[in-house]
Design a binder for this molecule. Sequence first.
Ligand SMILES: Cc1ncc(COP(=O)(O)O)c(C=O)c1O
Length: 413
Amino acid sequence: MSLLSERSLSKEDKSNIITLGAIAKEEKLKDKSVVNATIGMLYDEDGKLFTFKSVDKALNLLTGDEKYAYASTPGSPKFHEALKKWVFRDDYELFKDNSCVMATPGGSGALSNTFANYANVNDKILLPNYMWGNYKQVAYENNQSFATYNLFDKNGNFDIEDLRNKMIELKKIQKRVLVVVNDPCQNPTGYIMKDSEWDKLIDVINELSADGTPIILLHDMAYLDYDHRGFIATRNNIKKYLKLNKSALVVMAFSGSKTFALYGVRVGAQIAVSKDKEVLNDFSRANKFSSRSKWSNTTNLGMSLITKIIEDKELKLEFERELEESRKTLALRAKTFLDEAKKVNLTTLPFECGFFITIPANNPEAAYEYLVKKKIHIIPMGNVLRVTISAISVNECKMLPKLIKEAIDSTNK
Ligand SMILES: Cc1ncc(COP(=O)(O)O)c(C=O)c1O
């Protein structure tokens, strides 16, 4: 007999990443030669969790209050301004009065609040067909479901046509659309949308919201700061939001887990951009309510750390230098993996940079089992295998493609 409510009977965490990650971690503790390419965290070349020295320095400068006191539900104005400075950088002045920040426990909290407040019960959230699986669970938790758009067209470019068609379909039925775009360094593919693709996306949003229909773009920017092109390229796309008309709203989901490697501290934010003050006031009011009801407030520790790093000139410079180094490490791992993949004819989905490389497979579960026997742990999901290159060394990136190719070939039969 189950005592769960009707809706909760079917609740089961389908994202196997945490479960398989825990298995891999345990195996690695027993045997150092195990390759753990599962969970999306950055590790150094010696297999230790990567931490920024500048973040540690900031930690030592915080007072007891800054670390342990309750924070206010939306987070402090200081945190809001610091985060705006970080995300908008040179365009801070352009955006500071057209944007509003709500602190959340990681990007996950930002997704949860945005789904809850910008799509109705029973609405479908529009998600990419290759995606971070937790989006689906967030939708279910909010009494919603989802539809998908093709991330890639047949040439491996962002499929704006399919996205537009799906948005039109949902607009007809729901009279509003909430669409999720995860860029740059998309999870799981590592794709980066081109400038022209961002332009087209903005055009489509403006086209469909021109009659006053609310069109909400949830820009999941978890990997924003790992784009190998650096700050200027990523912030150029953000600047395009100023072209959106009044019934369109952008909510960015910022992750302190990824940018500052503060995974377990649980800090992030929703950052809304709109020219309409009423839209921003609504955003603040409803999301404050949601946050208060779900987690009450975000960790003061996380917010104080981020504020300190951004506001202290020297710490910020040091942090940016370290970030640049970590981007280079990731780029080297990716290049090593892709060069080897080419040699052994292992196909990957379009990749530019980031924490993951994804490989199409007919039978990912069987390939996973095959690889586990060889002490290699990656993630089977849908019809792909996801390799977390942020968690493995350059040498491991060199050795993996051949073994994955073997696994796919012997399990495709
Ligand atoms: C695409 C994407 N979005 C959001 C998140 C949420 O991360 P967090 O809640 O730790 O900020 C993740 C975490 O892996 C992710 O991969």
